[in-house]
Write a protein that binds this ligand. Structure first.
Ligand SMILES: NC(=O)c1ccc[n+]([C@@H]2O[C@H](COP(=O)([O-])OP(=O)(O)OC[C@H]3O[C@@H](n4cnc5c(N)ncnc54)[C@H](O)[C@@H]3O)[C@@H](O)[C@H]2O)c1
Length: 297
């Protein structure tokens, strides 16, 4: 078998990547990074103007890209896009399930429509992408699926519980599939960004939260550029890492919190208190901490 051939198919022709959520931020930067590596990119996003802008930027830099309007919550649209790309190129190299939204608020303020919205975009959007791309990649015997989770998936996220739910689920799905798919020559990785400088925070829905206060809190964080994240993410994929989490000091923090779990609990309580300061309706009365029970005997 030649170097460019797989078990079931040949890797001939130009490489092709689909990137959802590529009209902005991390998706756009990933699309640019891939195009810079001589990969054709389908920029897929619900935002037409932003998507066309990404295509224009890639074209100006000498890369090849096309735009496809896509709502990742619609399984049929995702399936049709993936099939069209495969028909046109005869192969599918990368599927980046990256589109996502963010939502902040106390859980007791969230309604079922809030839950449905964030689950549909963040989690079902990723599932739709996998359902469409994985059978093709399995059949051809190669390909890489990259799902954007979040550093949030590494632990608790008080006042962003629904967002955290979706990102934990993506991480579980991706790391499980990583091992199932490798028998078929298919690679699967989770991207876990943290504080990347994109419009996601400005566009996020703050449920009974003062967005200006949230943004002020966010702006205190040192942020990574989307281009830097994309460069590190693609490097991680080249190494076939199941989880790519290029977060400064992450390993140090993992070790520190494993050794001192009480410090992690204190930090999470602080995060919860500080996030609540951005609440825009009546102040939250916190319940008194539960005291350890003493046996009377
Ligand atoms: N920026 C960060 O620090 C950060 C941290 C952790 C995780 N993430 C994740 O990274 C991914 C990209 O986020 P970003 O920061 O680049 O945000 P962004 O807002 O810049 O980009 C998100 C893109 O997704 C698109 N999108 C939203 N709903 C869609 C839908 N239904 N169908 C198709 N496209 C849709 C938007 O139009 C937008 O172009 C998201 O999944 C986000 O949760 C980002």
């Amino acid at each position: 078998m030649g170097k460019g051939e797989s078990k079931q198919g040949t890797q001939q022709g130009r490489r092709i990547a689909i990137v959802t959520g590529a009209a902005s931020g991390i998706g756009r930067a990933i699309a640019q990074e891939l195009a810079g590596r001589d990969i054709d990119v389908i920029v897929a996003d619900i935002n037409e103007a932003g998507g066309n802008q990404t295509v224009e930027m890639i074209g100006k830099a000498g890369g090849r890209a096309g735009f496809r309007k896509l709502d990742v919550t619609d399984a049929e649209q995702v399936e049709a896009l993936v099939q069209d790309a495969y028909r046109q190129y005869g192969r599918l190299d990368y599927m980046f399930n990256n589109a996502g939204i963010s939502m902040y608020g106390e859980l007791y303020d969230m309604t079922l429509p809030h839950w449905q919205r964030i689950m549909e975009v963040n989690l079902w959007g990723v599932i739709h992408g996998i359902q469409a791309a994985y059978p093709i990649m399995k059949k051809q015997g190669f390909g890489h699926i990259a799902n954007t989770s979040s550093a949030t998936a590494m632990g608790p996220a008080p006042t962003a519980a629904a967002y955290a739910t979706t990102k934990h689920a993506i991480l579980g799905l991706t790391t499980s599939l990583h091992y199932e798919a490798e028998s078929f020559g298919v690679k699967v990785s989770a991207l876990c960004p943290a504080f990347v400088d994109t419009p996601i925070f400005a566009a996020s829905e703050g449920i009974n939260m003062d967005k200006a206060k949230i943004e002020a809190q966010m702006n205190k964080q040192k942020k990574m550029s989307p281009e830097e994240f994309a460069r590190l993410a693609v490097k991680g994929l080249e190494r076939n890492q199941s989880v790519v989490c290029p977060m400064p000091l992450r390993r140090t923090m993992d070790v520190f919190f494993a050794l001192f779990p009480a410090a992690h609990r204190s930090l999470m309580r602080l995060v919860c208190r500080v996030s609540r300061e951005a609440r825009s309706v009546e102040p939250v009365t916190e319940a008194a901490p539960i005291q350890p029970t003493r046996s009377s005997g």
